[in-house]
Ligand binder design. Structure first.
Ligand code: DGL
Length: 276
């Protein structure tokens, strides 16, 4: 049984890269819902249904024992309901983990003055999930959330190094008064890992930038160590499979920029006829 890694598109590849570096033997299946990306401007209900379909596919068709929602928007809008309602009904013995809580906790541990900026999709910002999760660890934290609606479409279109991206980094980060004085900046969307360099360059050198990939990989390794009954069910064949709901050729071509050469993807249909 493989580990499933899910994202709306390419963003989760930044997580997969770190997870695969730490767990090279473990089998992994990546699913990007590129046909419906980006998720960031969608409603909570819509994101929930898409995530439910993706998790159902990864568990039923790909046989995943454990699925990581390598997407902050999915983690903010769907994780709790998947864990509390869907999983107990359909696969009570399997697990779904998210990325948002480990990253929020790390940010709370890193900050010096308690002032934390969070760049995220509009949907993640609307959920206030970072505000809530950082607040649980650090109730006095001053959390400034900034929605960056143009980042994901530009990254999905392969424009992460273009003048258009430079313009939006300046607008959302460099010239954003809301981020004045923060000592830690969270990249609260897995896609943003691919513009980490540009974001860092737009900030004063003493601001710490936290991209989630590494943190999520560490926490997953720790989780598997604490749950040998789950870890023992995961295959060790070094399998890496890439599934997309979009065009597989385009997915592989773009994906190689983020994951490395030699990637091939298969198209899958995950949409059910009727939503529950
Ligand atoms: N990469 C995702 C996230 O972490 C989703 C971005 C999107 O589809 O808008 O939020």
């Amino acid at each position: 049984m493989p580990i499933g890694i899910f994202d709306s598109g390419f963003g989760g590849l930044s997580v997969l890269r770190h997870v695969a570096a730490r767990l090279p033997e473990h089998d992994m299946v990546y699913l990007g819902d590129s046909a419906r990306a980006p998720y960031g401007g969608r409603s909570k209900e819509e994101v929930y249904h898409y995530v439910e379909e993706a998790v159902a596919h990864l568990m039923r068709e790909a046989g995943c024992q454990l699925v990581v929602l390598a997407c902050n928007t999915a983690s903010a809008d769907a994780l709790r309901r998947i864990q509390q309602e869907w999983l107990p009904k359909h696969f009570p013995e399997r697990r779904v983990l998210g990325v948002l809580i480990p990253v929020a906790e790390r940010a709370a541990a890193m900050t010096v003055r308690g002032s934390i900026g969070v760049l995220a999709t509009a949907s993640t910002v609307a959920s206030d999930a970072y505000l809530r999760e950082i607040g649980k660890v650090l109730p006095a934290a001053d959390v400034r959330q900034v929605a960056c609606p143009l980042f994901v479409p530009l990254i999905e279109a392969g424009e992460e190094r273009s003048p258009a991206m430079a313009y939006f980094v300046e607008k959302y980060v460099e010239k954003n008064a809301a981020l004045q004085g923060v000592d830690t900046l969270v990249l609260g969307c897995t896609h943003y890992g691919f513009v980490e360099e540009q974001v860092r360059a737009a900030l004063p050198a003493d601001v710490a930038v936290l991209a989630g990939g590494e943190v999520v990989a560490e926490r997953l390794v720790d989780y598997l160590r604490r749950h040998p009954e789950i870890d023992g069910l995961i295959g060790r064949g070094r399998r890496r499979e890439f599934l997309t709901t979009g065009d597989p050729g385009a997915f592989a071509r773009h994906g190689e920029r983020f994951y490395g050469a030699g990637m091939s993807a298969r198209q899958v249909v995950i949409v059910r006829d009727r939503l529950p």
